[in-house]
Design a protein around this ligand. Sequence first.
Ligand code: PEP
Ligand code: MG
Length: 756
Amino acid sequence: MPLRDLSAGPRVLLKRLRELMAEPLDPQERLDRIVTQIASNMVAEVCSAYVLRSDGVLELYATEGLNKEAVHLSQLQMGQGLVGTIAASAQPLNLSDAQAHPAFRYLPETGEEIYHSFLGVPILRAGRTLGVLVVQNKASRNYREDEVEALETTAMVIAEMIATGDLKKITAPGLELDLTRAVTIQGNGYNEGIGLGHVVLHEHRIVVTNLLNEDSDKEIIRLAEALGSLRISIDDMLSRRDVAQEGEHREVLETYRMFAHDQGWVRRMEEAIHNGLTAEAAVEKVQSDTKARMMRMTDSYLRERMHDFDDLANRLLRQLTGYLGRSMDELPSDSIVLARAMGAAELLDYPRANLRGLVLEDGAVTSHVVIVARAMGIPVVGQAVGLVALAENGDAIIIDGDDGQVHVRPMHDLQNAYEEKVRLRAKRQEQFRALRSVEPLTRDGRHISLNMNAGLLVDLPQLSESGAQGIGLFRTELQFMIASTMPKLEEQEAFYRGVIKQAAGRPVTFRTLDIGGDKVVSYFRAQEEENPALGWRAIRLALDRPGLLRTQLRALLKASAGTELRMMIPMVTEVSEIRAVRDLLQKEVQYLSKFGHALPRKLQFGAMLEVPALMWQLDELMAEVDFVSVGSNDLFQFSMAADRGNARVSERFDNLGKPFLRMLRDIARAGERNRTLVTLCGEMAGKPLSAMALIGVGFRSVSMAATSIGPVKAMLLSLDAGQLEAELNAALDDIRSQEPIRELLLKFAEANNVPL
Ligand code: PEP
Ligand code: MG
């Protein structure tokens, strides 16, 4: 039977509902009239709407046919009775004899025992269940497929009423609807700090407000056209050269193409249009139904596919609504951006002044976007799985980058507690700021050089604000990672010049390109590697592509004309690599002087110590360089054979354990022996406890995130370095003691009032 024959009923109903939505009625009356309309249109004796409250209770909000006294009194728990089962499963129930169903639960106040047939559908929005809509008849019958569809379509209208907050006005004081339910998700804190603000969904979700169509045929054509463009755009993406090779990206696009041609999907959307929805409302309805079902699946592969499907449906919605992208002018002034995943450059598109935080469903602490977010000094939470589906644009949100918690639509008391926390933090920051110009001397008078890490121009204002002595690590690859094409010599030179200028005389240590491994530069295509962290990266890649390195060296030399140039080489494994870079540098110096360019006044040339093999070449290495900077992030991962980006193992071993501290002590001692400056610029320098340990094993210079300088300085001002050194050395040399060194350090700090 052609679908069109079945569509007259729902179309008339939807038209009537549209009129009801437009009438100036109070919410209860509107809902009452809606259920009456549905009952009469579907020739049902009963129609009832249950709304899900934030305490998990489904409350009867309106009914035609059941006892009216039961409205706002009849309640079922999620999962309880037929209505609770529908809500929990997000699936319709179509029964000819409701009482015979094992989940049936008799509610005496409703008087429903005389009705045999029962059809209930979930009220869904963006895949979330907001309530249940039910029709019942005395006679025993099974509702037809098209009637199920029609009721589902009608449920969308009620979802809209709930989502727009209309029903809040008839919700008992002290209770809340589930849509406004507070949700807390535990992720991982990737950058400390607390952000209070409002949700901005990075993958913009189109809110369909125009639900009901005037002309189904027109909408069918609109849908077909939008699908056509969508398919073409996916084919285009697939045929582009950069996805032509095998890889994850290609696999995702292939999945998209499969969905986009899925006849079942298209048919369901067409059915919804025939039932009276606009093309975009039909896309949203089918998306919501599918999402609701998939969200309940436990299979992680299928759940992942749900993201793909959801993304595809969003693309289709954008096609249909002609969405041209977000206008940055409309961002809330306290935006907290939520994304499944995001590239570093995309984050930089947001105006810094509006950003209060970033939450990612994926992402590791070392992913580029996280590095950039930290450079921008905003709190970041990663691995907040499932959050995007639970939040709407504009929801109130709190993120806690310290413990990794994210609170969407928080309750008032939580909001107050966090506001208090923010005030305390600000006070602490104020105290740290007061230390800005205090000399970093330990209690026993040893000077510790405190420097900051940077990589973008947005970092530079922090230099004077934090009171750092200089920039101990400037990650030059960030400029490359956020660009869409390889930065040219002039661009690199201008960038370095800008950095040096803004540093206003404070020393900046530029690290040459550290790309490869997890630091992917899209336009520099390397071969797939089995073990990228151990692969063709950093200095290895640079020596094999000397043109790239020479361009950078030239840009650095030119930008530092007349001042001191400090530079260092990442991922050195053998001393010969240092010699090779020196040769290239010499060639560049000769080239520039031949053409009459001014040269740096002084050159300080260093190596990063990140590969354990250098531990047995320390004296040779130090004979070749002016300074050594320990990259403890990499040195630790390679020493412990524990991937720094893999949360399962990255914290399995303690970087304050004996092996790593002994290794660091050996490096500091080699520095003293060779009179070579030794510094450390990995994450451990920024934690007061580990910074204390570093001083204890002999480090006198460290570099860290700008926000850590205050806390680390506060720690060292109260530290007796000599006493710590003696106790720590004794513990590191004691082969019998099993007390973890971390414990010893904590006890030391407590006994000596060292603030951590
Ligand atoms: C390190 O490895 O410790 C380091 C500072 O370099 P990156 O984190 O950029 O690899
Ligand atoms: Mg490193």
